[in-house]
Design a protein around this ligand. Sequence first.
Ligand SMILES: C[S@@+](CC[C@H](N)C(=O)[O-])C[C@H]1O[C@@H](n2cnc3c(N)ncnc32)[C@H](O)[C@@H]1O
Length: 226
Amino acid sequence: MHLTDVIPWGRSLAEYQAMFSLSQEDLNKKRILGCGDGPASFNAEATAQGGRVISADPIYAFSRQQIESRILESYSTIVAQLASHQADYIWDLMQSAENVGRQRMQAMNRFLADYDIGKHQERYVEAALPTLPFESKSFDLALCSHFLFLYSSQVALKAHLEGAREMCRVAAEVRIYPLVAMEGGLSPHLPAVMDALQAEGIQTNLAPVSYRFQKGATQMLVLRRQ
Ligand SMILES: C[S@@+](CC[C@H](N)C(=O)[O-])C[C@H]1O[C@@H](n2cnc3c(N)ncnc32)[C@H](O)[C@@H]1O
């Protein structure tokens, strides 16, 4: 993987709580895997509160300095893109593209400050879906924020299905958000992924969440092994 292929953009624990309806009990008691956590501060913040979180992402092949440089070089382009696509987002909470940028940078700085120690503690694990280097049933909950379904044009249906199946192998429950594609509208892969997993005996549900930013992104997909 080339770091230049990645759009480094990291969300906070509060955003993960809202995107995935995470309860305090989820955070305190469950062994959680974050797939594609990238430079989010979810792991750093949840760990500081006593949570047990492992993040898996291909960018953890790179050093803190390399990830930080990539964040700094792409930051203004991402904020400009957000500003030019204002109509695709709900601005009640975030207010402006510059404010989103500041919040994301705060989260990414929190991640960067935790990265070396977290890698040493094996909380940041280099891995890419659809292959996770974990034993079956190692986690109570696996989360995937802003990777599957969002990148529906870049990631094929087969990769979505294999990725979701792999998360179900390692975790009793999987939550994926958002379900809308980058271009807007529900991901075209969603119905086929749900049908195929149901046929394999995995319980699939759409559940409302409180997080609001991308228009139409009001639900998460919940998968449970039966
Ligand atoms: C837009 S970022 C989202 C980061 C974080 N989850 C969040 O919501 O703030 C997408 C992440 O997906 C990661 N990614 C790309 N390909 C992946 C794969 N095959 N498996 C897991 N993660 C992948 C990227 O490295 C990047 O960190």
